[in-house]
Design a protein around this ligand. Structure first.
Ligand SMILES: C[S@@+](CC[C@H](N)C(=O)[O-])C[C@H]1O[C@@H](n2cnc3c(N)ncnc32)[C@H](O)[C@@H]1O
Length: 273
């Protein structure tokens, strides 16, 4: 049996009772370690679960998925995912492979950034397509997410922007040379996301239309949602380039049309006062 178990967003204790019972009874416990990170480390999880945990980075899940699946053929295997196992990342590949081999799977859901973002006061009903903002490099500056933000704004919808994280990535050079040397982990801050958006906005300045983002458009920046030191700041896009919300993880919302209650709610986090 393969169990997909969500860990929630805050700390080790956000796992559900059912999730914890399964972790304790499983023969092997993997922790998915590339699409999201928990504010506490692996050691704290191991201490709380009283179990050893195998870190499953992208390479392992993409290249050695067979190992995880093969174990689940004869053993009880837990695959832990920060947030909800199917929130933003689906891990559909693992599910499909398990199905193909006739290995049953079960899911234990938990809170995800996809629903916890409602802590900003913005209604989940009013969100459009979620976008991911990738780290730009000197010669790779994709901006297709901007078109999706504008599409959402056209319909009056808010956009949840998930920001890139690189947990164990090779530099372009090392990738080309086939050297398994990894860069230190890093995560995109709301300030970096705002910088990249400002860059796009400045290049689109001459484009007419009310839905375009501008330097003075309001954005809602969040950090460590669900943790004790969660932070929410409402400010302009330009101000967001200067806001320091501290440690990981960060996300940003670009509001669409605001119901007056939503407006009051996001004003609570305004850095004007
Ligand atoms: C690919 S998503 C993974 C979502 C996760 N499975 C879930 O259900 O929440 C990872 C991105 O979500 C956002 N994120 C996840 N947890 C967060 C948190 N607690 N606070 C703010 N942003 C968060 C960050 O932008 C992060 O890079």
């Amino acid at each position: 049996m393969l169990y997909f178990i969500g860990l929630g967003l805050g700390d080790a204790k956000d796992i559900t009772v059912r999730g914890l019972e399964l972790v304790k009874q499983c023969d092997r416990v993997y922790l998915e370690h590339y699409t999201s990170i928990l504010t506490c480390g692996k050691e704290e999880l191991e201490k709380f679960y009283q179990r050893d945990i195998i870190l499953a980075d992208r390479e392992m899940v993409e290249q050695n998925a067979e190992e995880i699946i093969a174990n689940a053929e004869t053993q009880e295997v837990a695959f832990l995912v920060v947030g909800d196992p199917f929130g933003a990342t689906t891990h559909a590949d693992l599910v499909l492979r398990a199905k193909e081999k006739g290995i049953p799977h079960k899911v234990v859901h938990n809170a995800s950034i996809m629903n916890a973002i409602a802590c900003t006061g913005l209604q989940l009903y009013n969100f459009g397509e979620t976008v991911s903002i990738p780290f730009w490099t000197d010669n790779w500056k994709p901006d297709s997410f901007y078109g999706k933000i504008l599409k959402n704004r056209e319909c009056g919808y808010h956009t949840l922007c998930l920001l890139d994280i690189k947990v164990k990535e090779q530099s372009e050079e090392n990738l080309i040379k086939g050297k398994k040397i990894y860069e230190p982990p890093r995560f995109m801050t709301t300030a970096q996301a705002a910088e990249q958006l400002m860059h796009i906005v400045e290049n689109n300045e001459k484009v007419e239309g009310g839905i375009q983002l501008r330097a003075d458009s309001i954005v809602v920046c969040v950090a460590r949602v669900g943790a004790d030191d969660q932070k929410i700041v409402t400010c302009t896009l330009k101000q967001a380039t200067q806001e320091d919300l501290g440690g990981p993880l960060h996300s940003m919302v670009i509001p669409g049309e605001l119901h007056y209650l939503e407006k009051d709610a996001i004003d609570m986090w305004s850095n004007k006062s």
